[in-house]
Write a protein that binds this ligand. Structure first.
Ligand code: GUN
Ligand code: FE
Length: 419
């Protein structure tokens, strides 16, 4: 057993924050939480890991990002979505036909994710099977867990990023055959978005998801031109989401990135099918997509999580993704004359942590029975010069201001993988 002593902070439910000053976590030998304690026991026969004055918090979950866009982080954001994809993004992804290149980029990305405190991801690779397997290997090596998808796209990818429908099917099966060797990273079916997938491919993926019990991720209602394009491609579908529903891809735990323009009817469909929104505020502002009605979704009971969506998003650090989501919600609040409320810090942290962990079957922050996913934060550099801050104030300041040098240790799936 292990006993981790420190200042515990977690968000069990939307809008709730628990702070346990000088608390402790008792873990079994596999790193599963046995108990969450308001004070460490006087004596116990566990190995003691004393984090001193540091904050111990559940790690971050990035529910939407594009690994092969990591090389273009912070570049080329002067165009709206479709032009941005065609001008920069597809060419960048095309380079991942080269497996040596993939290895170098993905090793760096995995390292950056884990040292930044992101221990679970739901991630897009590119259409390349071998590079996708390399990505999964590198995530496992670094200690990042979660889901990765080989992207399916058999139309509209341009000259250098194309696969035929047959290739897409064959490569998907070859990829799935190889995924059995991974312990902490699992496959997820990933039709890029409706404009990039023929009806035949979508139907095949829907059947595959059903046959093999696989989850699905894609994009939804990100940009107005994209929505108009989808309407042209599927005149029989009144709304974008129905192009996925038609083929069995709209189901429990399906992850849909963006949902910026999801109106009441589309949100009702999200809620009814337990489809999860990956809200990507940084990306939505960078490529001028819009600001999603997150607070309204939450009020209606829709399951919302956060994604960095690199490289539409330029921030991999999830605390900054959280603050961007808060700021975006405030812009919406101001523009609606206060009719739509904004996200609080506690809510933002819940979305970037607990709501994502829940997708992986671990709800409620630090709770018994789940493997530990946590960061240990030394916020000494953020101390107030005169007054001693409360735990809550320190938490807020970390979410807004910390950089990854403050993250001294990271636990992922019960293992200490950093520090
Ligand atoms: N829609 C389809 N592909 C992409 C992508 O790579 N990034 C974003 N933001 N939206 C997409
Ligand atoms: Fe995306």
């Amino acid at each position: 057993m292990k006993l981790i002593k420190g200042n515990l902070i977690y968000s069990p439910r939307l809008g709730e924050l628990v702070t346990l000053e000088r608390g402790a976590l008792l873990l079994d030998d596999r790193g599963v939480i046995l108990d969450v304690l308001a004070a460490p026991p006087e004596s116990c026969d566990a190995e003691v890991i004393d984090c001193g004055a540091a904050l111990v918090m559940p790690s971050f979950v990035d529910m939407h990002l594009h690994a092969p866009q990591y090389p273009m982080l912070g570049m080329g954001m002067d165009l709206p979505l479709i032009e941005w994809l065609n001008t920069y993004t597809f060419h960048t992804e095309a380079r991942f036909a080269d497996t040596d290149y993939a290895r170098r980029v993905y090793r760096a990305l995995a390292r950056e994710l884990i040292t930044g405190g992101t221990t679970r991801v739901c991630m897009f690779s590119s259409l390349h099977t071998d590079a996708t397997l390399i990505l999964m290997e590198e995530l496992e090596r670094a200690g990042v867990t979660g889901c990765v998808g080989k992207v399916n796209m058999d139309r509209n990818g341009g000259e250098d990023l194309r696969e035929t429908t047959e290739e897409s099917k064959r490569e998907t099966l070859r990829w799935l055959d190889r995924c059995g060797s991974f312990r902490y990273v699992r496959p997820i079916l990933t039709p890029r978005f409706t404009p990039c997938c023929t009806d035949e491919l979508m139907a095949w993926l829907g059947r595959l998801a059903e046959e093999r019990g696989l989850r699905v991720q894609s994009h939804l209602s990100e940009n107005e031109n994209e929505i108009a394009w989808v309407r042209e491609l599927h005149p029989d579908c009144p709304q974008y989401w129905e192009t996925y529903a038609k083929y069995g891809l709209w189901k429990d735990h399906t992850v849909m990135a963006h949902c910026v323009y999801s109106n009441a009817r589309e949100r009702e469909a999200l809620l009814r099918s337990n489809v999860v929104v990956a809200h990507c505020a940084d990306s939505n502002v960078n490529i001028c997509s819009g600001v999603a009605p997150v607070r309204t979704m939450l009020r209606e009971g829709v399951w919302v999580t956060l994604g960095s969506d690199i490289a539409g998003g330029a921030e991999l650090a999830m605390n900054r993704v959280i603050t961007m989501s808060i700021r975006a919600s405030k812009i919406r609040c101001m523009q609606s004359d206060g009719k739509e409320n904004f996200l609080t810090v506690d809510e933002g942290y819940y979305l970037g942590s607990t709501a994502g962990h829940r997708w992986f079957g671990a709800d409620g922050g630090f709770v018994r029975g789940v493997p530990l996913h946590a960061i240990v934060v030394d916020d000494g550099a953020l101390a107030e010069p005169v007054r001693t801050l409360t735990l809550r104030e320190r938490f807020e300041r970390c979410i807004y201001l910390m950089d990854k040098s403050a993250i001294k240790a990271v636990w992922s799936e019960g293992r200490k993988v950093v520090g």
